[in-house]
Design a protein around this ligand. Structure first.
Ligand code: URA
Length: 194
């Protein structure tokens, strides 16, 4: 399962790996996580067909187990090529796997999120996986859903900055030449020669 959406999107979402329904339908995020994702996108004025959505791993790991490092590695060149072709300005990584893979780190998502990262000439925003936010909803004090919403607001801000026309070049600094004779009527007192 490769990816879907606008092949010229400014925003690319990268998940973990297809699940059962995604595998069947050939489209990423079509289950409950996908519904939450659609809701989050709607909240910032975007539809799924306006962005590009894909996964770090292109095949469904058996029994929905976590992807293995060699599976992530095997799919990496496909992901890199997708990024190169779509050329998004903002990349939103959903969850631990995508965030760690693209940022090439072992640091977990809880510590990674909450800020943006320059990445391959773009801006990367790491956030919680929507499935984790859904699971966490059962625990009232869980931070995942609020974190997901906050990170989507960050994406909205970055997208708005892209839409804004570049500011005109700053005018050349005004150089004020001080008046050599501030009082034209001033007549210095003649010094008596003798
Ligand atoms: N979870 C993912 O990470 N990707 C999908 O496509 C579906 C669920």
């Amino acid at each position: 399962m490769f990816g879907c959406g606008n092949p010229r999107a400014d925003l690319m979402l990268v998940g973990e790996a297809p699940g059962f329904h995604e595998d069947r339908q050939g489209e990423p995020f079509v289950g409950r996580s996908g519904q939450l994702l659609d809701r989050m996108l709607k909240g910032i004025g975007l539809r799924r067909d306006e962005v590009y959505i894909t996964n770090s791993v292109k095949c469904r790991p058996p029994n929905n187990r976590d992807p293995k490092p060699d599976e992530i590695k095997a799919c990496r060149s496909y992901l890199d090529e997708q990024v190169r072709l779509v050329d998004p300005k903002v990349v939103l990584t959903l969850g631990n796997f995508a965030s760690k893979t693209l940022l090439d780190t072992t640091t977990g998502i809880t510590r990674l999120r909450g800020r943006t990262y320059p990445w391959q000439g773009r801006t990367l925003v790491p956030t919680f996986h929507p499935a984790a936010a859904l699971r966490a909803m059962e625990r009232p004090d869980s931070p995942q859903m609020a974190g997901l919403e906050e990170d989507f607001q960050t994406v909205a801000r970055l997208m708005a900055e892209l839409d804004r026309p570049a500011p005109p070049p700053a005018p050349a600094a005004q150089v004020t030449v001080p008046d050599p004779d501030p009082d034209p009527d001033y007549e210095p007192e003649q010094m008596g020669l003798f």
